[in-house]
Design a protein around this ligand. Structure first.
Ligand code: AQP
Length: 322
């Protein structure tokens, strides 16, 4: 059976886009071998706040489990820091500098920045280690990450042919995606957890009142009757997409059911509040039970470490160490 591996970076609090676009689909459409991890090590390639990162990683774990992902399929990346550190080194010794330096994302993120962290350059190699350690064969990623999966593929093949067969050669697959959610205050951009200006971002853990206020203030346009026209009317179309995703209809149908922008906003707020309510409540419960959360976390970490142990040992041996 094929293992699909997906990560979510705790670069901020989980937001509605993460939930409707990814997490809720992982729950409903995920395969029995699929793995999910909180990529906290990846959140350290640019300036970061240690305490904030730690608490967001824990919170993200709680959100994934609360959303219904089986705890045995989730782990926190840094709980495997030793294994991943060792495998990253092996893979760095299998990768050329030029291969890393030509990654488009590195070039984009490093351009014009002073004090670029070396980890921003080597991050795709850590990503390869994430994938190869678990023996994942499929990696659901968007366009922006497909070059990194390609690198993981190249490194797995190269290692296997140079030193001996150890790694499953992974491939990028299209992610199972739900709605694409846009920022409520600026519908020209996608909703993002790291957006500093949070008025346009609904967080999974926002209280109902706050969710309603954010949705009431959502930017629309000068017209007054809802219609689904993503290009011409991105704001109102975004509300229709959100409402449709929460209620299991289509944006076009949702448009027909609401006569005014005001009515649409109220309906969208109701739907989002009810969709997020169980996740928020269960997450809060888990967060007030650190012992249970710790148990879940340790179990996930030890399963993930065990899954990779023989590959790491073989790779070390074959490359001339251990
Ligand atoms: N607005 C969105 N609509 C639909 N899906 C979304 N995802 C993110 N934003 C939206 C999906 O959530 C998953 C996890 O995302 P990630 O942690 O890999 O980072 P991201 O895609 O960059 O998400 P953010 O929230 O925008 O984070 P930052 O601010 O750090 O960049 C992915 O499957 C993603 O498609």
């Amino acid at each position: 059976t094929s293992i699909r591996l997906s990560g979510i970076t705790p670069s901020g609090h989980a937001q509605l886009g993460n939930y409707l676009g990814a997490i809720s689909r992982w729950v409903t459409d995920g395969g029995p071998e699929d793995l999910y991890f909180i990529s906290d090590l990846h959140a350290m390639t640019t300036t970061h706040n240690p305490a904030g990162l730690r608490s967001r990683a824990t919170e993200m774990l709680a959100v994934l489990v609360a959303a219904g992902i089986p705890p045995e399929h989730v782990f926190v990346q840094s709980d495997l820091a030793r294994e991943l550190g060792a495998l990253t080194w092996i893979l760095e010794c299998t990768c050329s500098y030029g291969e890393a330096a030509r990654m488009i994302q590195f070039k984009e993120k490093a351009a014009g920045q002073a004090g670029v962290r070396l980890s921003l350059l080597t991050y795709p190699v850590l990503m390869a280690a994430d994938i190869l350690l678990q023996g994942a064969s499929e990696v659901p990623v968007g366009e922006d990450q497909s070059q990194h999966v390609e690198l993981a593929r190249v490194l797995a093949r190269r290692f296997n042919s140079t030193y001996g067969e150890v790694f499953t050669v992974p491939r990028a697959v299209l992610p199972i995606t739900g709605a694409r959610v846009r920022d409520l205050a600026d519908p020209s951009r996608k909703m993002s957890k790291s957006n500093r200006d949070a008025v346009g971002v609904v967080f999974v853990l926002d209280e109902p009142d706050l969710i309603r206020r954010k949705i009431r203030r959502a930017v629309t346009d000068t017209q007054s009757t809802p219609a689904y026209e993503p290009e011409e009317r991105p704001g109102v179309s975004n509300l229709l997409e959100i409402l449709a995703a929460c209620t299991g209809t289509t944006p076009q149908e949702a448009a027909g059911q609401h006569a005014s922008y005001g009515a649409l906003k109220e309906a969208t707020a109701d739907a989002v509040i009810e969709t997020l309510r169980p996740v928020r409540e269960r997450t809060r419960e888990l967060l007030t039970d650190p012992a249970e959360l710790e148990r879940i976390r340790k179990a996930g970490a030890s399963r993930a470490a065990q899954r990779g142990e023989h590959r790491l040992q073989s790779a070390l041996r074959l490359i001339g160490a251990a």
